[in-house]
Design a protein around this ligand. Structure first.
Ligand SMILES: [Zn+2]
Length: 124
């Protein structure tokens, strides 16, 4: 389990798996906040694992998960900040993960999350 959002009876509670890394927990909190802001009518979200999809082509629950991931990505890696940082990197070696790792460290996200975000923003 990664986390959950319980939003019944006017109270919102986010639960986390504290065995996950701090960066993973940050992303999970941002993901659950996405559900809280975007999907307020559903009483419970239970996220076993946060999976990424590039295409918004799924229906129902899948679409809500994609939306929550996009919300989390924008919250933790704002497009304008990331584009500004990316412009300062003169030579970006896609085969050398050091540059992506430096950005991931700066934004306190996983290298995987940063790679997906850069791809989504068409910076890679
Ligand atoms: Zn979710």
């Amino acid at each position: 389990m990664s986390g959950f959002l319980d939003q019944k009876d006017g109270a919102k509670t986010i639960g986390l798996n504290d065995r996950n890394s701090p960066n993973r927990q940050r992303f999970t909190i941002a993901h659950e906040l996405g559900h809280a802001f975007l999907h307020a009518s559903k009483p419970l979200y239970f996220d076993e694992a946060l999976k990424f999809r590039n295409k918004i082509s799924e229906e129902g629950t899948q679409l809500e998960e994609i939306e929550a991931n996009l919300f989390a990505a924008e919250l933790l890696m704002p497009q304008n900040f990331l584009e500004s940082d990316f412009e300062e990197i003169v030579w970006f070696d896609i085969d050398d993960s050091k540059d992506i790792q430096e950005l991931a460290d700066k934004y306190q996200v996983s290298q995987q999350a940063m790679t997906i975000r850069l791809g989504y923003l068409e910076l890679l």
